[in-house]
Design a protein around this ligand. Structure first.
Ligand code: GLP
Length: 241
C-alpha cells in the first residue's frame, strides 16, 4: 500500500484528476470504477476543469459505479446515477452505453446484481477503481458485519451511512433509502489498481484503523490490505497521527 499525504484536499483532487486523465490517455479503453459521496466532489470538479482546458478522449472508456440506492430510479434527483451525470458524465465524451450503473429500481434486484457482475467481467474487469471510505470503514455499501457478501448484492445501510447521504434527499433522513446495491469486496478487489481517497479530520480514525494491519469484516476497508496495488491519497487532516 502506498500512502500519499497531499498539501490539502484541493491539491489531492488535482493530483488524482491528473492521474485519471493520464490513465485515460495511456489506455483509451480504460475500465474505470467510480465512487460517489462528498469526498470525490473536489476530484470531479478538477475533472470538469481539465475537460475544459485539455479534454481527454473518453469515447472508448467504460465506467462502473460502486453502488446505488434501492428504490431510486436512475433519473431521480437523489440517485447516484444523477449525481454522476451532474458531476462528471455530462462533462466528458463518455458514451452513454459505456456507463455501467446498478439500477436500484430494477424489478428483480438479484438479477440486476448478477447482470452487473457479468457486465464488469465482460468489459475485462476494472483497470482502476477509485474509492472513498465511510467513517465506519464501509467501502461502497459494504457495511461492517459478521460476514461480507463477496459479490454485487443488496445491502442494508447503517444509520450513519444514511445520515451522510442526507443531502441528496433534500436533507431529510426519512427520505434516504434503507437499502442499497453495491459491488462486493471481491468485485472491488479484482480491479487491477485501487486508489482510495480520504479528506478531513472525520476520516482520520477510519484511515488509521484501515492501515492498522488487522483484516476484519467488521471494517470492510481493511480488506484492501490484501490487494497488491493500492494507493491511499490523504490530506493532512485525514492522515493518521
Ligand atoms: C457513501 C458511499 C460510499 C462513500 C462513502 C463516504 O455512503 N456509498 O461509496 O465512499 O459513503 O462518503 P463521504 O465521502 O460523503 O464521506
Amino acid at each position: 500500500m502506498t500512502i500519499e499525504i497531499h498539501e490539502d484536499a484541493t491539491a489531492l483532487a488535482r493530483a488524482l484528476a491528473a492521474r485519471v486523465c493520464e490513465a485515460v490517455d495511456d489506455r483509451p479503453n480504460l475500465v474505470l470504477g467510480l465512487p460517489t459521496g462528498r469526498t470525490p466532489l473536489a476530484f470531479y470538479e478538477q475533472m470538469r476543469r481539465r475537460s475544459q482546458e485539455r479534454p481527454s478522449d473518453w469515447s472508448a472508456v467504460r465506467t462502473f459505479n460502486l453502488d446505488e440506492f434501492v428504490g431510486v430510479a436512475p433519473g431521480a434527483p437523489g440517485s447516484y446515477r444523477s449525481y454522476m451525470q451532474r458531476e462528471l458524465f455530462a462533462h466528458v465524451n463518455v458514451r452513454p452505453d459505456h456507463i455501467g450503473f446498478l439500477n436500484g429500481a430494477a424489478s428483480d434486484l438479484d438479477a440486476e446484481c448478477e447482470r452487473y457482475e457479468r457486465a464488469i467481467a465482460d468489459a475485462g474487469g476494472m483497470d482502476l477503481i477509485l474509492l472513498g471510505i465511510g467513517g465506519n470503514g464501509h467501502i461502497g455499501f459494504n457495511e461492517p458485519g459478521r460476514t461480507l457478501a463477496a459479490r454485487t448484492h443488496r445491502a442494508r445501510l447503517e444509520p450513519s451511512t444514511r445520515a451522510s447521504n442526507r443531502a441528496l434527499f433534500g436533507d431529510s433522513l426519512d427520505r434516504v433509502p434503507v437499502d442499497g446495491l453495491s459491488m462486493g469486496m471481491a468485485t472491488i478487489l479484482q480491479a487491477r489498481r485501487v486508489v482510495l481517497i480520504a479528506t478531513g479530520a472525520t476520516k482520520a480514525a477510519a484511515v488509521r484503523r484501515m492501515l492498522g494491519g488487522s483484516i476484519t469484516t467488521e471494517f470492510p476497508a481493511s480488506f484492501l490490505l490484501v490487494h497488491p496495488d493500492v494507493t491511499v491519497m490523504l490530506d493532512p487532516a485525514a492522515s493518521p497521527r
